[in-house]
Design a protein around this ligand. Sequence first.
Ligand SMILES: *Cc1c(COP(=O)(O)O)cnc(C)c1O
Length: 384
Amino acid sequence: MIPYGRQDIRPEDISAVIEVLQSDFLTQGPAVPRFEAAVAKKVNAKFGVAMSNATCALHLACKALDLGPGDTLWTSPVTFVASANCALYCGANIDFVDIDSRTFNMCPDSLARKLELSRRNGCLPKVVVPVHMCGQSCDMARIAELADQYGFRVIEDASHTIGGSFQAEPVGSCRYSDITVFSFHPVKIITTGEGGMAMTNDGNLAGRLSSLRSHGITRDVSRMEKSPHGSWYYEQIDLGYNFRMTDLQAALGLSQLDRLEQYVSRRHELAERYDAALTGSSVQIPWRSKDSRSAFHLYVIRLSGAIAGERRRIVEELRNAGVSTNVHYIPVHTHPYYARLGFQSGDFPLAEQYYKEALTLPLYPQMTESQQEHVIDRLLKAVR
Ligand SMILES: *Cc1c(COP(=O)(O)O)cnc(C)c1O
């Protein structure tokens, strides 16, 4: 079976993990800060705070920005549920902004309209979470302008997008946001098994993120309320969690990070081959923004026109031919849990239309050209 995504683990990754297993520290050792510094350097951010996964990083990013009961967070309906759940973990309200059908990202014009309406009604969001779908950045310059104008904070959900850039600057630099979150789940661009990281240029936010990650405890004297009783002393200054990444994971991440550019280039090569093979067929290929270089986490086609409504059959035909596809994503507001919060089908029509038509084709660095030929051949037969 050709999967839709898959990690790439090399002998050097395995050696790096074994080295940690033979060292003094499996967790809270030197590999985690080394990985944090390496990612921060790679994406031009001042700080990186590694976590158990990106969901934890989104949760703590909201906490660090003091999102709480009575506040509201807005995100895109076309995302993994974690981008919205983070608001609910904090007791805040959640709402969505419909997508741009071309980018599949939150539409900046819809965001501007919704902000203006909400300003008049006195219910502006405290935090907005743009999601860089498939690895292509949102228009962050525009979103940052709106953030200035309406006074909200910005967390980029860049789970798909390490190695991507916007206006020639790496995603993660936080030039246009307060915090940017990466995921290192095995289907993403680089992996630590489970893992995530929150990037920021704000030293206070970095301090809060790292103390919240470890029970709300600090060993930093400048952050303490009392004077230390001795070298063992620490203070719990916040209610935090244990959302730490292990040193085994960090060592794997460090080793993977060396191949980030290679991975993204290979994804582009494969995406260009898909583009060429599918142009002129009945499927719609993904649009590329001139403002950004995608990390190409996902290659999503749309099935519309003559093949609208045929997705289920096409997915099954591909599956029978050994090709596993996927759909990213079921719009968050249509899940039963969100329906119970009052959302309805029809609330975000462009996201819902997108969901009817989207199909994610296999794409991962180790995919061979003959595997890709097979996918293309079977897809073209299925949509003919
Ligand atoms: C994968 C993903 C997450 C969650 O990442 P985990 O590391 O699995 O917690 C959040 N948002 C988006 C858009 C994702 O794709």
